[in-house]
Design a protein around this ligand. Structure first.
Ligand SMILES: CC(C)(COP(=O)(O)OP(=O)(O)OC[C@H]1O[C@@H](n2cnc3c(N)ncnc32)[C@H](O)[C@@H]1OP(=O)(O)O)[C@@H](O)C(=O)NCCC(=O)NCCS
Length: 189
């Protein structure tokens, strides 16, 4: 099996239009809390505040040279040592092969290592079985279900809130890395 060569890079100004296009794709917007078409002005405001906010960090997921998705930490609270975690692969063919898991391992290593966090949170619509499964594979566990947390046509509005504690990360990380290695990812280093 050939080793895969994914990488993460910081979001740059040149990604701004790409991120609006991705966020408006039905296969991404469907799983977000809001799914109205985002216009250039709304997006420009969001992008400017996202880049300026020290409580947020965004990375582009690259499959080789191809940008395929976004992964980020938000509500980073260094005093309470916690943050939120969010992600999507906009490129449908990039899904299902472990790339999101690989990216998740990098970001969680950063969160628990460099940032020194104690816990990372994530939320997903209860109907989003791929996202809930993904979080479970990274070691997140269900903390609570927020009934009627969002209003979204075609969905219950219930949201599952999941948490990963630093104590659980070493074991979950090892299991993830073994699964990724079996899929041909170079997980050394
Ligand atoms: C969530 C998402 C990033 C997962 O991407 P992915 O490419 O499937 O992730 P991986 O290939 O790394 O899969 C990791 C694990 O997730 C779980 N998983 C993925 N898809 C699943 C599905 N449809 N049902 C159940 N579990 C699933 C599996 O446990 C999988 O491990 P396995 O392949 O060893 O069984 C992707 O589906 C996506 O971008 N969805 C749309 C956007 C979105 O929902 N973002 C999150 C909003 S909360």
């Amino acid at each position: 099996m050939t080793a895969r060569h994914p990488r993460l890079r910081d979001v740059e100004l040149s990604d701004r239009d790409r991120l609006r296009a991705w966020r408006n794709q039905p296969n991404v917007a469907r799983w977000m809390y809001s799914d109205h078409p985002i216009g250039p002005e709304e997006h420009a405001r969001w992008f400017a505040s996202a880049m300026a906010d020290p409580g947020r960090r965004y990375w582009i997921i690259q499959a080789g040279e191809r940008p395929v998705g976004l992964i980020n930490l938000y509500d980073i609270e260094l005093e309470c040592r916690q943050a939120g975690f969010a992600y999507y692969l906009a490129d449908e063919p990039a899904r299902g092969g472990g790339l999101a898991s690989w990216a998740g391992v990098q970001v969680l290593d950063f969160a628990f290592g460099e940032l020194g966090l104690m816990r990372v949170w994530a939320e997903a619509l209860v109907e989003n079985v791929a996202s809930v499964g993904y979080l479970g594979a990274l070691g997140f566990r269900e903390a609570e279900v927020l009934r009627g947390h969002v209003e979204k046509a075609g969905f219950s509005g219930d949201v599952v809130r999941m948490v990963l504690h630093v104590d659980g990360w070493a074991g979950a990380r090892q299991a993830c890395r073994e699964r990724l290695a079996a899929r041909g990812y170079d997980v050394e280093g």
